[in-house]
Design a protein around this ligand. Structure first.
Ligand code: SF4
Length: 345
């Protein structure tokens, strides 16, 4: 549901152009109106099919067009995925995201994907998938299996998009988002900062997301991870303040959405991450490798949460919140869960 009139490039730019402290103050106020500022939603992302993707997204090491040394893997066995989900739950994750490097899923894969969704749901976790473009029938099948969220990023503004991806159009992406929405699945969609885009492109991306018929429930804001072998490997670093500013503007424009601090967290120091939370980020990927790029290890995340007085958003578990907190504390001592680190090789 929209809470404000449609956003324009000019109104979004006004936010980007605010003095930094004013923008942070406004974002924090909006954040506190809609969320508990001490709670962060935690998701784990597992690559269930790695590499050899026919698409040409210039930032992505999984594209078959770039030589990044990434080892490709076929679709994981359902049992293996469920066992990773179990570990993610024990480590405090409330949502399990399964990502496959495809243009779109094939019919032959659908029964396995459905079983993965059903199995993860049975563990009491929220389910999310990112599989590329979906047909209406595929979206409906996944919805029936119990899929809660579907991730499909718009990446950047419509104007800049063609410089980053040529194998699928912006409209293709919007069409997939609307099929997902129509099937009754919640939408996770965001973009990437650091592709070489202008400030107008960052504003344009957020305008697209905020003006969707219903804004995404979840908005991942990624910092480009520069992977050797991809065309964007030598892009200029993003100034952390520009990244934080993008989070703050996303928070103001989509006040009820979870804004997720996503890829690129490994390159951020604790202070930058803390300012992202102040700017209104309230969701992270925890542990695991973020598809194929490294993500800070679970224990360093938990230590940062402790320093900042943040808590992971509770999920209804059999042992209750207290039991979950206890398990989380256990993870601090014994955070080495090799399966995650191997899962996305
Ligand atoms: S971002 Fe997704 S669609 Fe694009 S190349 Fe990577 S895996 Fe393929």
């Amino acid at each position: 549901m929209h809470t404000s009139p449609p956003w324009t490039l000019a109104s979004a730019r006004t936010l980007f152009d605010k003095p930094f402290m004013d923008l942070m103050f406004d974002a924090q106020q909006v954040h506190r109106q809609h969320f508990d500022p001490s709670q962060v939603q935690v998701s784990t992302l597992l690559s269930i099919k790695t590499g050899a993707c026919p698409e040409d997204c210039k930032y992505c090491p999984q594209s078959a067009r770039y030589h990044t040394g990434l080892e490709t893997e076929r679709l994981m066995q359902v049992e293996q995925v469920l066992s990773s989900a179990q570990q993610a739950k024990a480590a405090g994750s409330t949502r399990f995201c399964m990502g496959a490097a495809w243009k779109n899923p094939h019919e032959r894969d659908m029964p396995y994907l459905e079983r993965m969704v059903q199995g993860v749901k049975a563990l009491g976790m929220e389910t999310c998938m990112t599989l590329g473009m979906l047909s209406t029938v595929q979206a409906e099948r996944l919805a029936r299996a119990g899929l809660d969220f579907y991730n499909h990023n718009l990446d950047t503004s419509p104007e800049f998009y063609g410089s980053i991806v040529t194998t699928r159009s912006y409209q293709d992406r919007l069409d997939t988002l609307s099929k997902v929405r129509e099937a009754g699945i919640k939408v996770c969609s965001g973009g990437i900062v650091g592709l070489g885009e202008s400030l107008n492109d960052r504003a344009g991306l957020l305008v697209q997301l905020a003006n969707l018929p219903e804004p995404p429930e979840s908005v991942p804001i990624n910092m480009l991870v520069k992977v050797k072998g991809t065309p964007l490997a030598d892009n200029e670093d993003v100034d952390p303040f520009d990244f934080i500013r993008t989070i703050a503007v996303a928070r103001i424009m989509m006040p009820r959405s979870y804004v997720r601090l996503s890829a690129g967290r490994e390159q951020m120091n604790e202070q930058t991450q803390a300012m992202c939370f102040m700017a209104g980020a309230n969701s992270i990927f925890y542990g695991c490798k973020l598809l194929t790029t490294p993500n800070p290890q679970e224990d360093s995340d938990m230590q940062l949460f402790r320093k900042l007085g943040l808590n992971t958003e509770p999920v209804a578990t059999e042992q209750g919140d207290e039991g979950q907190q206890w398990e989380l504390a256990g993870q601090l001592i014994n955070a080495d869960t090799p399966q995650y680190y191997n899962a996305a090789r």
